[in-house]
Each structure stands twice: as C-alpha cells, then as structure tokens.
Design a protein around this ligand. Structure first.
Ligand SMILES: Cc1ncc(COP(=O)(O)O)c(C=O)c1O
Length: 359
C-alpha cells in the first residue's frame, strides 16, 4: 500500500501520474478477477461489502423493468436487511425465507416460496457471518436459473475460505477486503456479464459507469495484496482442524455449552457458542482483559445490546441468544492460541458460574 502514497495521480486523469494510478487499479482488478474466477470487466470496486450489497439491491430496484420483487432470508447481514426494509418502504414487495433450527437453508421451502412469490431478485448469503453456516448456492442458483431470477450472493464471509467455484456462478456477488486480511473500507460487487444493474453512486464514469467517484487507490492496492496471499487449501484445512479441536475441547470440558450450527456444513474459521446462564457481554469483557477479542453476535452489530437476529431466526429465544459468543480463527492461529483461548474460556465460565451460584 505504501506504493499508492507515491502514486498520487487521479486514476481518471490522462496525464502520466493518472495513468500510473489507473494501471495499479487495473492490475488489481485482473488479480481479483483471477482469484474469484470471473472476468476483470465484471469487478466493480466499492467501499466494502455493505456498499456492494446495497448496490446489488438498490441497483436492481432502479432498473426500468417491471417491479422488483425481492426474496431474501431472515439471517442476512444488516446491509442486506436494512436495504430490503428501505425498498419495502418504497413499495417493493419483499419476502423473507426462514432458516431451519440449526441455521440450515430450507431448499423445499425456498422452492415453494419462489413459485408462490415469483421474485425477480433473490439475495442469499454464501456463508453466515455469525455461525459460519453455508447455504447451498448451487441448488439455489439452479432454481433461480430455471425461473429467470437474478441471484445475488453476499460472499463476504465465504471469500478466501471456500473455493470460489462454490459461489462465482451467481449473477451479483459481494466481497470485501477485510475478511481476507486486507484493509477495511474496500471491496467489490462482481456483476456477471449480462446482469442488468443501475449505479447508485454518481459523479463520474468510473467503474464503467457502475460506481461513480474517485477510486480508493490505496485500499484497492491493499485488497490486491491480500488477494495475492489468500490462504492455501492446506492452511484452510489447518484452520478447520484447530477450530474443531477448540470446539471439541470446550464441549468436553464444560457442561451447559452448545454449538450453534452443530452438524451443519460451515466455513472453517467460525465457532458460535452458547454458554448457558452467562451473559455474553460479561464473558466478552473478561476475555478482552486477557487480550482475547471475541464478539457477541457479529462485530458489525456488537455495539448494540439487542440479541442477534441470526440466532433468533435459528430458534433461540432472546435470553439464549444473549448467551452466545463468536470466535473467529484465521491462518495465523496456532495450536498455542487455541490452548490459551480454551484455558481462558474454561477459567472464566467456571468463575462466573461459581460466583452466580454463591450469590
Ligand atoms: C456477511 C457480511 N456481509 C457484509 C458485511 C459488510 O462488509 P463491510 O464491513 O466491508 O461493509 C459483513 C461484515 O463483516 C459481513 O460479515
């Protein structure tokens, strides 16, 4: 990214400094296209996953086509949920698909709902950000294709953790740099060839008129750096092994502990755990004091004390949802890290429960 500080030209300018900045962007565009298995022309750089999701939904709404009808799920990221609510307030018909208790996507219900509701756009995430549960995008895509429905997927959590072949066939795809160890504030919407979309940002012809505004050259360079160092298959498998051993260790050592999304196919880096009788805020604070950063719900919504909509949609009640923590592992996680976190969690859960018992 340091290179971008020296490349001060505006990528839209035709002088040498501008061309230099533009070359950087185009180089990274080719790289992101290569690692996601799409064409460079299909990449629209954005300020991150939230903007990509908003662009996908709003950009479909602004099309001069017969009314948008949106089908999405009850466990999407708030950027999809809030945009769907806004569209609903503007008269768009929106319907929500319920997930099964363990967070599993209900394909039969989806097929029924598609037939009855007749959406023009389906927005379904590839992997859930709170539980890591994967959705069956290949089957979802087959149903959408048969009925001529545009399919958007929020692949923010899936990118870099499962093969792009599991999601790159969708028509609109959101990704973000900070989920692959890149900088915050940069991402992309992949708009597959032939997918109609109207821009939601105006002011210039950047990104082939699909996203006006001077590009974030610095961020895009960082995005490229991260994309060139995506975890290898072995590294991903290593994360899965470590994550599984953490969950196993926890379930074997402590009683009253439950794994959200147990026995369901998940991305390899996420553990969503319920500690019965313990407020997630209290346990989060205790772990924070030990230098261990975990989240209650998703990081994006952990500033609020309301229980996670994802866990509620999975059938947990409000009390149960407020007893859950999310642990996220990565390619830098070591066996020692797992042991340290496991010891700390067991210590604090035992201490908090003892204190409650004596009170
Ligand atoms: C599934 C999912 N979608 C979208 C986003 C938003 O991405 P960004 O923070 O880049 O706006 C997040 C954020 O973590 C996420 O987990």
């Amino acid at each position: 990214m340091g290179q971008a500080f020296e490349t001060w030209g505006n990528p839209s300018s035709s002088h040498a400094h501008g061309r230099q900045a533009n070359e950087i962007i185009e180089k990274i565009r080719r790289l992101i296209a290569q690692v996601t298995g799409v064409s460079p022309l299909e990449i629209v750089f954005t300020s991150g996953g939230s903007e990509a999701n908003t662009l996908a939904l709003m950009g479909s709404f602004f099309l001069k086509k017969p009314g948008l009808r949106l089908l999405t799920t009850t466990v999407e990221h708030s950027s999809v949920r809030d945009t769907a609510s806004l569209l609903e307030s503007q008269g768009v018909s929106v319907d929500y698909l319920q997930v099964k208790r363990s967070g599993v996507f209900d394909l039969d219900a989806f097929e029924r709902q598609v037939t009855e509701f007749r959406p023009t756009l389906v927005s379904v995430m590839a992997a859930n950000n709170e539980t890591g549960v994967l959705f069956p995008l290949k089957e979802i895509s087959r149903i959408c294709r048969e009925k001529g429905i545009t399919l958007h997927t929020d692949a923010v959590q899936a990118f870099g953790k499962i093969s792009p072949e599991e999601w790159n066939f969708c028509d609109l795809i959101s990704i973000t740099a900070h989920k692959i160890f890149g900088p915050k504030g940069v991402g992309a919407l992949i708009v597959r060839r032939g997918t109609p979309l109207v821009a939601t940002h105006y002011g210039g012809a950047q990104e082939v008129k699909r996203r006006g505004g001077t590009e974030n050259v610095l961020g895009i360079l960082g995005f490229g750096g991260a994309a060139s160092e995506l975890p290898t298959r072995e590294e991903i498998e290593n994360i899965r092994v470590l994550r599984d051993s953490f969950e196993k260790g926890l379930l074997e050592t402590l009683s009253g502990v439950g794994l959200n999304g147990a026995d369901v196919t998940r991305i390899p880096n996420t553990s969503s755990i319920r500690f019965e009788g313990i407020s997630s805020e209290v346990l989060l604070g205790a772990l924070d004091l030990e230098g261990i950063s975990v989240s209650a719900g998703s990081a994006c919504s952990s500033g609020s004390i309301s229980p996670s909509h994802v866990l509620l949609a999975m059938g947990l009640n409000k009390q149960e949802a407020k007893e859950c923590l999310r642990f996220s592992w990565g390619k830098t996680t070591t066996r020692e890290d797992i042991d340290t976190v496991l010891r700390a969690v067991v210590k604090h859960v035992t201490r908090i429960r003892d204190r409650k018992r004596k009170a």
